[in-house]
Design a protein around this ligand. Structure first.
Ligand SMILES: C=CC1=C(C)c2cc3[nH]c(cc4nc(cc5[nH]c(cc1n2)c(C)c5CCC(=O)O)C(CCC(=O)O)=C4C)c(C)c3C=C
Ligand SMILES: [Fe+2]
Length: 474
């Protein structure tokens, strides 16, 4: 879908920058603007293809930047900033311009008590469980059912990592660090956090942005690669709030859709891998095992999710960077964390680990690549479940690259991405007719309910669903 309101600003330098766009209420960001660009080797088959990709945006600021970097590996203290909840405020902004940066993240349960309501919010998202239109009215009852069924398995996972998700704390620390770096680059900004499924929710962040009178907003999802289920969903939630509000719909906004191709990010990942390889006795014999969060295949093959392409390109760029450092280890990419009875992106992490063990791979370094903070899938699924599986399968030496969290080169690169996006901020356009308007027709609504209920009955008692319950993958 062509939005028509997006500024297309080609990056003049050789450095690949983030992909960003202005904000429109009636558009989905995913794959809206495509052009053919020379793509890279896939990480699996080494094929060379031409692939569709969003237009790369990016600008350098007219004002020269101070290249001063902050010393030390991490930025996990608040430092110069004053900190209240999930907002890091700046004291040195001018009356005319107040820049805001809104970090989008998934959110996670703070306590075991929060797990089921958190899961409800997740499964109630039409970008996570994509029901056909006719079934949409079933979204919430289905979310209630699945969240209750899934809660005990999820709780076990969260209990094993200390009784809750570390995401809020780490995202708060990243926000503080980002604010500090922006200040050192003379771009004072307030940094806000909008979690999709748990506190602080998008509404809370937006409320604060309004109260603070922000005049320019850069939206930065904390997902390097774009997926309908992550960045897409968060941006959609934001658009729904913005289009209802006259102040927000006039606010100049730029959305950084994806930033996996940025040099700062790629180099930061390569640094972590290089450091971790040194912990092995024979670093050159280690298999570098990238493990990304999966999505259902239908997202990629039917809905046009660029997630798999971006993931493969990202792995290619990291390996290219390592090669430039004369690190030429074997590598592979697999997908983890599947949920429910549908096909997810393959190969699956657990199956590949067993195969590698059987093939005689003895040393393996796991690299979580779809998310930049430690979370349940690194701390429990990789560090506990996959590690145990790998060791049982014959792998003798296991390592895992830590998540980027507040690594200084990474936060500095995020700050650069924000600065590059600032000149392309643009107010959102007004919305056209929405799907909800269709629901106002009582006859159409009745028909939808009738057919939907019948189909739902068939769906819920289908052999696939029954077997999913039995196999405990829900
Ligand atoms: C790029 C990252 C992620 C993608 C893509 C993604 C898609 C996706 N996830 C689910 C289902 C669940 N995700 C859960 C937690 C969770 N997922 C991500 C990241 C991605 N999800 C994060 C960062 C977290 C939070 C982790 C934390 O520390 O709290 C959960 C709950 C945990 C569990 O029970 O396993 C579920 C369920 C789907 C269905 C999906 C794509 C459609
Ligand atoms: Fe997930």
């Amino acid at each position: 879908m062509e939005t028509g309101t997006i500024s297309r600003l080609l990056q003049p330098t050789k450095v690949p920058s983030s992909r960003f766009t202005s904000f429109t209420s009636n558009s989905s960001i995913c794959c809206t603007r495509t052009r053919l660009m020379p793509a890279c080797h896939s990480s699996h088959g080494g094929r060379l293809t031409l692939k569709k990709s969003s237009v790369s945006g990016g600008l350098s600021l007219h004002r020269p930047l101070h290249k001063r970097d902050v010393v030390g590996k991490t930025f996990c203290s608040v430092g110069l900033s004053t900190y209240r909840g999930s907002i890091v405020e700046s004291s040195s902004q001018t009356a005319e311009e107040k820049i805001g940066v809104l970090l989008l993240n998934l959110g996670g349960p703070d306590t075991l008590h929060d797990v089921q309501p958190f899961l409800f919010n997740l499964f109630a998202d039409p970008d996570i469980i994509r029901l056909p239109r006719l079934f949409r009215f079933l979204q919430r009852p289905l979310a209630q059912l699945i969240s209750v069924l899934r809660a005990s398995k999820s709780k076990e996972g969260y209990a094993a990592i200390g009784g809750g998700s570390p995401l809020r704390k780490i995202t708060d620390e990243q926000a503080s660090a980002l604010k500090m770096v922006l200040e050192t680059k003379e771009v004072p900004a307030n940094v806000y956090i909008a979690m999709r499924y748990w506190h602080p929710f998008t509404e809370e962040a937006v409320h604060q942005i309004k109260r603070d009178g922000i005049t320019k907003l850069v939206v930065l999802p904390l997902y390097p690669q774009y997926s309908i289920s992550t960045t897409g969903s968060s941006v959609r939630a934001l658009q729904n709030i913005f289009k209802e509000d006259s102040y927000l719909s006039r606010l100049p906004v730029a959305v950084i859709e994806s930033w996996y191709q940025r040099q700062g990010y790629i180099k930061s990942m390569a640094n972590l891998i290089e450091q971790e390889l040194h912990n092995f006795t024979k670093p050159e014999e280690v298999m570098i095992f990238f493990s990304a969060h999966g999505v259902p295949v239908s997202y990629v093959e039917n809905a046009g999710d660029p997630y798999r392409d971006q993931m493969e390109e990202c792995i290619f760029l990291i390996m290219k960077e390592l090669k430039a450092r004369e690190i030429i280890n074997d590598h592979t990419l697999a997908y983890q964390s599947r949920v429910g009875p549908v096909q997810w992106l393959k190969p699956y992490t657990d199956e590949v680990l067993v195969e590698l063990g059987q093939k005689g791979v003895k040393s393996l370094l796991a690299v979580p690549v779809s998310f930049v903070s430690e979370h349940i899938e690194t701390l429990e699924e990789i560090d506990m479940e996959y590690r145990e599986l790998a060791l049982e399968s014959g792998i003798e030496n296991w390592g895992r690259v830590p998540a980027l969290n507040c690594t200084s080169s990474f936060i500095t690169d995020l700050a650069d991405a924000v600065i590059e996006a600032l000149p392309s901020t643009m107010a959102m356009s007004t919305s056209t007719g929405t799907e909800e308007e269709v629901d106002n027709d009582p006859m159409q609504y009745f028909m939808k309910m009738l057919f939907g209920s019948l189909l739902a009955f068939v769906f819920l008692f289908s052999p696939k669903m029954v077997s999913a319950f039995k196999k405990n993958i829900l």
